[in-house]
Design a protein around this ligand. Structure first.
Ligand code: SF4
Length: 399
């Protein structure tokens, strides 16, 4: 698979090398990069986590490598995965099972399943049955956001994960090591925010496929390496001679868990859309701003998740603000329209859609919606739909 940049010329030189590396990581379904990392020290341990979000700082503080398991994408043929799940659910759990039973997740020493939906809960149960020798933990994220209730509960959950990882690595996590991990991840947050800002200011410099590959590399790379990659990418594209095209500016919502294939993102851009904001791979930036580096680090992480995370269908919307926040974001990034694209059969995304549509209608912001799956292979219909959406906005400012 190769990247055809919508800026017409494929990246060359150092930028081309960096993108080739990011693409290699995207396609690394045997997690060779993780095996390579582990081979350098036999005490190293990798903890795989399912979408959407886990507090990676906690794993880092216990000496582990957090690794995102984002499904098998469009490169995994499902042979045995289908026998574990009924046909009317999303695609991601089947491909994850397929990776597991084929030994492609053997690099992981443990697995975390954040509480985002029933599918992930069931998947965690299957992992427990199929891999009784491995650490498998269903990470209950809080639904109550009071510090003394949900915050306390979440702190307990995080400590239990830290202790379990620490037992594997022999590194006992301390307040000091967790504070240090928060600093390291804060540097990553700043680097991601620079990339996001550049994309909003000059979307022609940051094609969606490149943005996605460079961001997603953070699921496999040690965080320090990922921060360096982000910084280098931003510098390289700023120095490039890429020019603006006559594209509309769109936001994407609904793609927070099962990821669309890379070719779908390329299709959207070829249809005339610049992605200026999205929720792709959002677990890497669910807490967008730096977490407090002072005081109790467990409380700081709990506070960040409960009160400073991005709105997404997998996080309980205690104050019913998602519609308003969507409109605020659309205005902030000067979006001409919104693409509501959700994985087929994804309950959290599809249950959110009517609320988001109502907010968009009230605000007079054009939107269109479609479904995908991680192995979608036909893009003609989506290209026509997105192309018509873009043309209508260019011609009339609405659809
Ligand atoms: S795609 Fe949706 S339904 Fe499927 S595992 Fe993710 S959140 Fe759950």
């Amino acid at each position: 698979m190769s990247i055809a940049a919508p800026t017409e010329t494929a990246a060359t030189g150092r930028l081309g090398e960096l993108l080739a590396r990011a693409e290699q990581l995207y396609e690394d379904l045997d997690f060779k990069a993780v095996l390579d990392w582990k081979s350098k020290d036999k005490t190293r341990r990798a903890i795989g986590f399912l979408p959407v979000y886990v507090p990676r700082e906690v794993i880092h503080a216990a000496g582990g490598l957090p690794v995102g398991i984002m499904g098998g994408g469009d490169q995994t043929e499902i042979v045995r995965g289908d026998s574990y799940f009924q046909s009317y659910i999303c695609h991601l759990p089947r491909s994850v099972i397929e990776l597991l039973v084929n030994g492609r997740l053997d690099a992981m020493d443990g697995f975390l399943f954040p509480s985002i939906c029933d599918v992930i809960r069931n998947l965690s149960g299957m992992f427990k049955l199929l891999k009784p020798e491995k650490y498998v933990h269903y990470l209950d994220l809080p639904q109550n956001f009071q510090r003394g209730l949900g915050g306390r509960f979440y702190g307990h959950e995080m400590r239990s994960v830290a202790d379990a990882v620490g037992r594997m690595t022999g590194v006992a996590p301390t307040d000091e090591s967790l504070r240090n991990s928060i600093k390291v991840y804060n540097a990553n947050r700043r680097a991601i925010n620079e990339l996001l800002k550049l994309r909003v200011d000059k979307p022609w410099l940051v094609p969606a496929t490149e943005y996605y590959l460079v961001l997603r590399a953070g699921y496999l790379l040690p965080v320090e390496e990922h921060t360096a990659m982000l910084g280098e990418y931003v510098k390289l594209v700023q120095a490039s001679d890429r020019r603006p095209m006559d594209n509309i500016r769109v936001m994407v919502r609904g793609a927070f868990c099962e990821q669309p294939p890379l070719a779908l993102l390329r299709t959207l851009e070829r249809a005339g859309c610049y992605l200026v904001d999205d929720d792709l791979a959002v677990g890497l930036r669910l807490v967008p701003d730096p977490v407090s580096e002072e005081g109790d680090p467990w409380e700081a992480l709990a506070e960040a998740f409960m009160h400073h995370s991005l709105p997404t269908a997998s996080v309980y919307d205690e104050q019913n603000q998602k519609g308003r926040l969507l409109i605020d974001k659309a205005r902030e990034v000067r979006a001409d329209g919104v693409l509501l694209m959700a994985p087929s059969f994804c309950d959290p995304a599809l249950l959110d859609q009517p609320m988001l549509q109502t907010a968009l209608e009230k605000a007079g912001i054009p939107f269109t919606s479609f479904k995908y799956s991680e192995d979608t292979g036909q893009f003609q219909v989506i290209r026509e739909q997105a192309g018509t959406f873009a043309d209508a906005i260019k011609l009339w400012g609405t659809v």
